[in-house]
Write a protein that binds this ligand. Sequence first.
Ligand code: SAM
Length: 280
Amino acid sequence: MININTKDIVKKYGFKFSKSLGQNFLIDSSVVRDIVEGSNIDKDDTVIEIGPGVGTLTKELSLNCKKVYSIEIDSKLIPILKEEFKECNNVEVIHKDAMKVNFNEIVGENTNFKVVANLPYYITTPIISKLLLGKYNFNSLTIMIQKEVADRINAKPNCKEYGSISILVQYYCNAYTIRKVPPQSFIPQPKVESTIIKLDKLDTPRAYVKDEKFFFELIRSSFNMRRKTLKNALKNLKIPNDIIEFSFKESNIDPKRRGETLTIEEFAKLSNNILNLINN
Ligand code: SAM
């Protein structure tokens, strides 16, 4: 049984929560247990935690892995964390904005790591995008996020939740849902339900893509105007019409379809064919 003392630490230091930093701290030991167990970490693992708060999850991580790097932006939390972990020599508290760090540099260039975090919800999508697009050496992300974002990550074509983030994540990872978490598991309680998900990075991305930058640009354009047909949605890419039309034909995709109906493999085929025609 895990024993957590979030409320005691908050009281001991008279800590005041900041809404704008997404501070909802865990007070439910079953959730902490499920995050740590779900992350599959072991004593050989290096873990990066984004947003340790008062260290509730950090403590359990430190007991179950080799080293934890906890990145926290709030200067009020740094002395609390330093004090609480002064006798714990496998926890390193880093006072930085997780959006501005190079994760490979933190752990050492050739070290693989796992990310385990109860993410600040206001930067969920930017953090996931940064980790996936930044060519970082991580094996998995086990993260608590809003239920709505988890639904979008897991969505398949033809669902209203299916969009750029579904494709970005599913292109690089296998996604698993660990469990849902109600607002009562936090102080203060968030307005939304949460979900713990695990993203395991694939050895190679799910589809062959010649140019990832263009692939994601094409996807963004397709979803920016969800109600439009692909042919119309892609007009803002400023690619000659005949190239676009021939690429649809080559890829066996009806230009009257909407972006939300295309699989990752179809987006890959379409972007590769457009590039082939542009470069020939
Ligand atoms: N891990 C703790 C827990 O589960 O109780 C706290 C989680 S709380 C949802 C998010 C934490 O992320 C807060 O401590 C907040 O200060 C921190 N945070 C917010 N924005 C951040 C950023 N850009 N970089 C690093 N930490 C951030």
